[in-house]
Write a protein that binds this ligand. Structure first.
Ligand SMILES: [Zn+2]
Length: 278
């Protein structure tokens, strides 16, 4: 089962999240059936989305992330809410390099009227580097991330997840030094483990690598791939378009079709059902 384990380390001066999103990424792969390159970026961004959602303070909070590749090669969008319902889709093949593209994060904290919007340029193709750059530049939070998404020969996701560490305000030099050392230890072990696929469980990573340094309670959260579209929401959207416009489309095309990119589902309305809405 997918999970995010959150706790504090180094005398409570560093936050640690150990993330496992394998099932969630596999579900996205099954729904979207996109190219391996796009699956890889989508899997990484879904994992980042789950991570950011796990830090939302309000139950009404939400976050969306969009990666735009350079030169119209495609985009990947992910959105997640405070219940850790995560969804996403790839638009285009994303077959070329992400470097030179952009990452935009829109976060509704659930308290203020205006969302926080942060954008950064993508300097590397690695999703961990992208997340680190985003937090460093847009939120001024020093971050170390090691996120990986691995697929087998048949394109099945065998591991998605990793580790994200962030410095809390006023972290001491000593804690920064210690956290860096612990992070390097994880990367070293993960590098060896990766080849044998030993680490496919967040709990095992936490116990194996981080337990001696944990200085707080461990909170376990359960992210899952879930779209929040519904018949009711689609009807609301259609109502805002207006009856005359919808009937015109119906006359031309025989029906009105609304496609949800996130779950790849079509909502189809013929004339009779449109009249029912109004
Ligand atoms: Zn949907």
């Amino acid at each position: 089962m997918d999970k995010i384990l959150r706790t504090l380390m180094c005398d409570g001066q560093v936050s640690l999240a150990v993330i496992e999103t394998t099932e969630l990424v596999q579900k996205a792969v099954e729904i979207h059936k996109t190219s391996p390159a796009a699956c890889n970026i989508l899997g990484g961004l879904l994992t980042c989305g789950a991570y950011i959602a796990s830090s939302l303070k309000s139950t009404r909070g939400s976050v969306s992330l969009t990666v735009k590749a350079k030169e119209g090669d495609g985009a990947v969008s992910v959105s997640a809410d405070a219940d850790l319902h995560v969804r996403g889709y790839a638009d285009g093949a994303c077959s070329h390099t992400l470097k030179g593209g952009t990452l935009t994060v829109v976060r509704e904290d659930g308290f203020s009227a205006r969302p926080f919007v942060g954008t950064c340029e993508i300097l590397s193709d690695d999703i961990s580097d992208i997340l680190e750059t985003y937090f460093g530049q847009s939120e001024q939070i020093p971050t170390a991330a090691a996120i990986e998404v691995e697929f087998d020969e048949d394109g099945k996701c065998v591991w998605a997840g990793g580790v994200v560490m962030q410095l809390l305000p006023d972290a001491s030099e000593m804690s920064i030094w210690e956290a860096t050392d612990i992070f390097d230890q994880y990367e070293e072990r993960d590098h060896i483990a990766g080849r044998h696929i030993l680490y496919t469980d967040a709990q095992v990573i936490l116990e194996d690598v981080f337990r001696p340094y944990v200085s707080g309670e461990v909170t376990t959260l359960f992210p899952e791939y879930k779209c929040n579209c519904s018949e009711e929401k689609i009807r609301g959207v259609l109502a805002s378009v207006g009856k005359a416009e919808l009937l015109k489309i119906c006359e031309e095309l025989g029906e009105v079709k609304v496609h949800c990119h996130y779950c790849n589902k079509d909502y189809v309305y013929e004339r009779k059902r449109i009249e029912e809405i109004f």
